[in-house]
Design a protein around this ligand. Sequence first.
Ligand code: IMP
Length: 199
Amino acid sequence: MHQLVFATNNEHKLRELGEILKGEFSLLSLNDISCSEEIPETGNTLEANASQKSFYIWDRYKIDCFSDDTGLEIAALNNEPGVRSARYAGEGRNSEDNVTKVLHALQGEKNRKACFRCVISLIINGKEYLFEGRADGEILTERRGAAGFGYDPIFCPDGYSQSFAEMDSLVKNTLSHRGHAVQKLVRFLTDDYPYLPNR
Ligand code: IMP
């Protein structure tokens, strides 16, 4: 079976993708290829960061691989925190702090429109393919729900009354930014990949 590295150490993401690609690809983690270095993420865009992580692995290990990068873009905040979503409240701060900072920044703000964007960079035989998924919605005025992670408790997707953190994870995965990007990746790997030259 063809091996594919997912450049992440996030167990949750690895399990999710491993399930989806089961039988078609053997998914390897960074641990599996003995990559213990901190992979740099110094780009100014989600695309640049996803690319940087994938090429870091390709350049050193010459194994087909992919990586993802996600950001929450809030219209009233000039699309902040965007590429800085993980460290919005500062280095060493956690998701709790990030959510608190967003709620504070939007206090009294009527325009609550926001979107999650996820970019996946896939490298097959040195050639890059990008996939994007997005979820549009609104930032709530307070936290709701205990499931999920990150900004889930304050994000309500368009057309739903529940926050991501109030939803069953299966439901969230079908309508989330990452879910959409992963669906595009999987469609590519199952439909187009077998016909790529020199794969
Ligand atoms: P990463 O690129 O997946 O590491 O995500 C960057 C930051 O965006 C994370 O630290 C999370 O706070 C946030 N994030 C990513 N995906 C989600 C999600 O599905 N729900 C809520 N927050 C997310």
